[in-house]
Design a protein around this ligand. Structure first.
Ligand code: ADP
Length: 159
C-alpha cells in the first residue's frame, strides 16, 4: 500500500494545509497527517487541540488519519512502514529549509522519498503564523482556516 506522511506543526491547521492534504490524499492510498510534538517550539495550541482540529477538518477524507510524533520523522516513518513524506512549498523561503530536510532525511533513510506539492496560488501567502497574527488583533480569519476549526481559533484569542 502506498502510504505517506504529511508532517507539520499545524498550529493551527489552515486552508493551505487542507489543500495539500486533499491533493496528496488523491495521490496516495493512505495519508497520515502527523503533528510534530516539539517541546522546543512554543505552540499556541496544545498538541491535543492541534490533533483535534485536524481530525475535525479531515473527516470527509476517508483515506486520511491524524496522529502525532516526537523525535525524528524518519523513525516514525520507518516504524509505520511509510515510504513517502509530503511537503508543501509556498515560496523560495520554504525551499532552502525543505531542501536541507529532504536531503538529511534521505541520508538517514534512502528508502523514503520526499514529495513536494506546490502551493495552491489561492493560499500561497497563508501560514499558521499569519492566522494567529490576524486572530490576535480580532481580524476575520474565516477565509483562512477550515470552517470546522474557525470558532476554536477565534475563541483562543477572545478569552
Ligand atoms: P506553517 O506554520 O509554516 O504553516 P507547518 O509546519 O504547519 O508550518 O507546515 C507544514 C507543512 O505544510 C510544510 O511542508 C509547509 O511548507 C506546508 N504549508 C504550510 N502552509 C502552506 C500553504 N499555504 N500552502 C502550501 N503548503 C503549506
Amino acid at each position: 500500500m502506498r502510504k505517506a506522511i504529511y508532517p507539520g506543526s499545524f498550529d493551527p491547521v489552515t486552508k493551505g494545509h487542507l489543500d495539500i492534504i486533499k491533493r496528496s490524499s488523491e495521490i496516495v492510498e493512505h495519508l497520515i497527517v502527523a503533528v510534530l510534538d516539539n517541546p522546543r517550539k512554543q505552540a499556541v495550541f496544545s498538541l491535543e487541540e492541534r490533533v483535534e482540529m485536524l481530525e475535525r477538518s479531515t473527516t470527509s477524507f476517508k483515506n486520511v488519519t491524524v496522529d502525532y510524533f516526537k523525535g525524528l520523522l524518519i523513525d516514525y516513518a520507518k516504524l509505520h512502514k511509510i515510504g513517502i513524506i509530503i511537503k508543501g512549498l509556498r515560496a523560495i523561503s520554504d525551499f532552502e529549509f525543505e531542501f536541507q530536510m529532504a536531503l538529511v532525511n534521505r541520508k538517514l533513510n534512502p528508502g523514503i522519498e520526499t514529495l513536494f506539492l506546490m502551493t495552491n496560488s489561492k493560499y500561497s501567502y497563508l501560514s499558521s503564523s499569519i492566522v494567529k497574527e490576524i486572530a490576535s488583533f480580532g481580524g476575520d480569519i474565516c477565509d483562512l482556516v477550515p470552517p470546522e476549526v474557525y470558532e476554536i481559533v477565534r475563541d483562543k484569542y477572545c478569552k
